[in-house]
Design a protein around this ligand. Structure first.
Ligand code: TXA
Ligand code: MG
Length: 299
């Protein structure tokens, strides 16, 4: 048996499997198994009312989890799946409260990473309908973009039946764009690599402003947070970490953590740079936010 087949079996048996995706690594459990899903919350130390994204490989499974899917959502799915995009749709009766946090909506994503695709396909071959997976970090912390980062975050909370799959560094590096598709036009709940203009060009609709009553990552007071304090767009002091595009020189006394050449690379290395700051026991990181293209918004 291949490693992904073993992992699919472990998921089906109710164990947790952390797996790579192109955005960040996820901590997966069988989305139909209440006990397995509740372990995800324990391992992450995450509040129970936060909904989970269900990951599938076969687009036909969309109709298992969601109903009344608008045409524009189908268009987005055709244009951007597999890829770094999560659609929020009206839930079917298969999407239980333990997945949706009691909301009437369900988040679905088809990830684009060979290992994730293979794992989900094997899982579906065993009769599975989807894998619920948050990012594989402790609640409020920096999302992992490598297997090593997952191990550092979660190893001590996993059991010997759980698995962590290797898939190299995540190529997008920041979480999927979350799009609310419950209204007449799409609205972006969490920005990501699928940008507003990509969504508007695909659907021929203007995006509307997000309804902030929906619980979504990144809208909390503190989130995606390393131990170091991260300050945007200031001059670093002696010994501060420094993250900025390559064309910005390192100020005197600052510790350069990353010098990405463009916004794609900035997104890709952002979380590993924040982890590096913690490894170096830095107290403060100054990040100079990139400007100019839409990926900057997500960064
Ligand atoms: O890129 C990603 O989306 C990664 C990879 C692993 O797929 N996953 C991820 O999951 O970022 P998580 O749980 O860390 O963040 C997803 C956020 C949750 O905080 C939740 O609030 C929001 O998506 N979400 C999930 N289902 C939702 C729903 N039905 N309605 C509104 N927000 C939802
Ligand atoms: Mg997360």
């Amino acid at each position: 048996m291949t490693e992904t087949q073993l992992a699919a079996k472990a998921l089906k048996a109710g164990h947790a499997v952390a797996f790579p995706t192109e955005t960040v690594y996820g901590l997966g459990a069988d989305a139909q198994n209440r006990t397995a899903v509740s372990r995800i919350y324990t391992v992450k130390d995450r509040p129970q009312d936060h909904p989970l994204i269900v990951h599938i490989s076969n687009p036909n499974l969309l109709n298992h989890w969601a109903i009344q899917i608008p045409d524009y959502a189908i268009k987005l799915a055709k244009d951007f799946w597999p890829g770094p995009m999560t659609l929020i749709l009206k839930r079917s009766q298969n999407a239980k409260d333990f997945i949706t946090g009691g909301q009437e909506s369900i988040g679905i994503r088809i990830p684009n990473h060979p290992v994730a695709k293979e794992l989900l396909k094997e899982f579906e071959a065993l009769g599975g309908k989807g894998v619920a997976a948050p990012s594989a970090n402790r609640f409020g912390k920096v999302s992992p973009t490598t297997k090593k980062a997952v191990e550092e975050e979660l190893s001590q909370y996993l059991t010997k039946n759980d698995l962590i799959l290797e898939g190299g560094p995540s190529q997008v590096g920041i979480e999927s764009t979350i799009i609310d598709c419950m209204n007449d036009s799409p609205s972006i709940l969490r920005p990501g690599a699928i940008t507003q203009s990509m969504i508007e060009n695909s659907t021929n609709l203007k995006t509307t402003k997000a309804n902030t009553s929906i619980r979504v990552s990144g809208s909390l007071e503190q989130h995606y947070s390393p131990r170091a304090k991260v300050i945007l767009n200031q001059t670093p002091k002696e010994g501060d970490g420094f993250i900025a595009l390559k064309n910005i020189p390192t100020p005197k006394g600052a510790i350069r953590l990353a010098e990405p050449k463009d916004t794609s690379e900035y997104a890709r290395i952002l979380y590993s740079s924040l982890r590096l700051a913690d490894e170096k026991n830095l107290k403060t990181v100054i990040a100079i936010t990139p400007e100019g293209d839409e990926l900057s918004i997500a960064i």
